[in-house]
Design a binder for this molecule. Structure first.
Ligand SMILES: C[S@@+](CC[C@H](N)C(=O)[O-])C[C@H]1O[C@@H](n2cnc3c(N)ncnc32)[C@H](O)[C@@H]1O
Length: 220
């Protein structure tokens, strides 16, 4: 079997498997996240059969594992590049329930080690490249690494300025025929809705579909 690109990049960037440490938490798998309507992603994955997925906004990996499990049915060499600061977003600080989920430790969110445990428990280390940085920083690094992706899933920041930046910065990684899906394209998240409308206005290189709470852009 061809090695997944994530395995090769993990070797290049980290000198080996970044998930090789011992489990740090008990239980070793925590199923927590916001992965709503995974069937929208499943349908696109069944059509595209992506070999490379970029995900912005990962948290503990619920949406990562949903996408990867589906994609691996079609291609055992699928990789997913997981981009997150693992520091949460302003909305996590403003909602008391979500703030608890930041697991603050000495004033700082402590989430990444839970994601690592989850990846190890799932056995997906060779398929996942973790990029622990802002989406803007990751876009610059991925450009240098000459990465392209069949599917891009955006679920990071939710304010207009950052969502528009994520769409603009990640659109170039898609070839014609590729697909970008973004979460929370719905009334409770007006910043996402406004960013989507601003990006797609007057563009002729995309086909737009609204599916459940997601926007879907196919690159033409
Ligand atoms: C809603 S959560 C992602 C949920 C995940 N997709 C799921 O379905 O469970 C949003 C994530 O985006 C990350 N995030 C927000 N803004 C970011 C940015 N500019 N760059 C990188 N990560 C960011 C946060 O740290 C947080 O983990």
């Amino acid at each position: 079997m061809t090695d997944p690109v994530a395995k090769i990049l993990n070797q290049q960037l980290f000198g080996g498997d970044p998930f090789r440490s011992e489990p740090q938490h008990s239980p070793q798998f925590i199923d927590e996240g916001w992965a709503s309507y995974p069937e929208v992603l499943d349908t696109v994955i069944d059509t595209l059969k992506p070999r490379m997925i970029i995900e912005v906004g990962v948290w503990l990996g619920q949406s990562t594992f949903n996408m990867l499990e589906r994609a691996l049915i079609h291609d055992p060499a699928t990789s997913i590049i997981c981009i997150d600061t693992w520091l949460g977003s302003p909305e996590h600080w403003l909602n008391n329930e979500w703030k608890l989920q930041l697991r603050l430790k000495e004033g700082r969110p402590d989430i990444y080690s839970l994601f690592v445990d989850n990846v190890r428990a799932k056995g997906y280390g060779d398929h996942i490249l973790p990029m622990s940085m802002t989406s803007l920083q990751a876009a610059k690094l991925l450009t240098e690494l000459e990465i392209s992706a069949d599917l891009i899933y955006l679920d990071g920041a939710h304010d207009k300025e950052e969502v528009l930046s994520d769409i603009e910065k990640y659109w170039p990684f898609l070839p014609v025929g590729g697909c970008m899906i973004g979460d929370d394209y719905c009334d409770p998240w007006p910043g996402v809705v406004e960013a989507v409308h601003e990006f797609k206005k007057d563009r002729e290189d995309l086909e737009f579909v609204h599916s459940r709470d997601k926007f879907v852009f196919y690159k033409k």
